[in-house]
Design a protein around this ligand. Structure first.
Ligand code: CP3
Length: 358
């Protein structure tokens, strides 16, 4: 018996498992966030992004905000990928306009070797947000849980924040592969435990954000990023309450490694906008579903252009009724300064093209 209301819209879960669907499901990365005035108002009330993310009731409210505006086919947990290193003691904080930072980054061998798996009790706010969001959805659409990939987490942990070139973390990879493997193995076990706890708390699909996998050289990507995502996937609980939990891998800039990613055990690959969808399908065959991949910059154009570009993405995938396994999304997150009306236009265009009521 499930603790939750029955799911009324299973388009996302079916498409991720390459089952036939009446229409292509659509959701957008970063669908909850700064482009929405109601998000900015709630963040103001909470005091900061982290205060919002660490309060399960507020995180639930934020996760539902885009669904109140748009007929989306999925909700995504409102949280961040950097919750894990924060709970490992690196102390996450945000400075206005500069993105995430750690007070205690991994600056040398000693700090890397001293790293221990996070205490799950310190991440309880995330699992509570998952359960509360799932309850609040009442079965309208499925809830996606997520984590950063072990490599992408390592990037932030070693650099201490965002970087334009990631030279520190890449130097560590080349200089001390042993140390890098130690860090990645620690992250992989933390990510697997964390995602399993999200699944236990009510997440109905999970996604690995490998935002910085694409900065790696060929060979290094397989060894230092994909290999550890494969380890995570191997440890995941793939069924909950009788339903299969699909797993999506999104490596930004990963277009040249699609065959490798398809063989990782994931059910679906998230594609950035540089990838040709028809060619991607040809390369991976029927092994995995594909999610993507409209260029987010299209959201800054006129409605006619948004509609035409959305139709192009849909046309390159073929018929949803045939079980082609396609989930419409952007190729990366919604930029913070997108007009909310552009998102309306996009969602309507996708639905119209599928013969759904807008
Ligand atoms: O709606 C959703 O997609 C769910 C929420 C979500 C957030 N972060 C909220 C957030 C998700 C899925 C993430 C993942 C995430 N976080 C990634 C991987 C996805 C990607 O974009 O490639 C990464 C690299 C991070 C790390 C992170 N967190 C960065 C780089 C930033 C700053 C980004 C910026 O635009 O300033 C954050 C902060 C963050 N996470 C915000 C949100 C809504 C903005 C915080 C704010 O100012 O309100």
């Amino acid at each position: 018996m499930t603790r939750f209301a029955p799911l009324q819209n299973d388009l996302l879960l079916r498409a991720l498992l390459r089952q036939p669907v009446k229409a292509t499901p659509v959701w957008l990365m970063r669908q909850a966030g700064r482009y929405l005035p109601e998000y900015r108002a709630l963040r103001e009330r909470a005091g900061s992004f982290l205060a919002l993310a660490k309060n399960p009731a507020l995180a639930t409210e934020v996760a539902l905000q885009p669904l109140e505006r748009y007929p989306l086919d999925a909700a995504i947990l409102f949280s961040d990928i950097l919750t894990i290193p924060d709970a490992m003691g690196l102390e996450l904080f945000f400075t206005e306009g500069e993105g995430p930072k750690f007070r205690r980054p991994l600056k040398d061998e000693k700090t890397v070797l001293a790293l221990t798996p996070p205490d799950l009790a310190q991440l309880q706010y995330v699992f509570d947000a998952v359960t509360q969001t799932r309850v609040a959805l009442g079965g309208r659409v499925p809830l996606i849980g997520f984590a950063g990939s072990p490599w992408t987490l390592a990037c932030y942990m070693v650099e201490g924040g965002s970087s334009s070139d990631f030279h520190r973390v890449k130097a560590m990879l080349y200089d001390r592969p042993d140390l890098m493997h130690h860090l990645l193995a620690t992250n992989a076990s933390a990510v697997a435990t964390y995602l399993n706890a999200q699944i236990g708390a009510g997440a109905q699909a999970v996604m690995l954000f490998d935002t910085w996998g694409g900065i790696l050289a060929d060979g290094a990507y397989q060894q230092f990023s994909l290999n550890y995502m494969r380890q995570v996937i191997g440890q995941l609980q793939r069924e909950q309450d009788g339903a299969r939990i699909p797993v999506v891998i999104f490596t930004r800039g990963g277009g040249q490694w699609l065959e490798d990613i398809a063989a990782s055990g994931a059910d679906a690959i998230g594609l950035d906008w540089t990838v040709n969808l028809a060619q991607a399908r040809h390369r991976v065959g029927q092994q995995v579903a594909l999610q993507g991949n409209l260029d987010p910059a299209v959201l800054f154009t006129q409605p006619e252009v948004i509609r035409a570009e959305a139709r192009k993405v849909l046309a390159s995938f073929g018929q949803p009724e045939l079980g082609v396994g396609h989930v419409f999304n952007l190729g990366h997150g919604i930029p913070p300064n997108v007009p909310p009306e552009a998102v309306s236009t996009l969602i309507e265009a996708v639905r119209e093209n599928n013969g759904r009521k807008v």
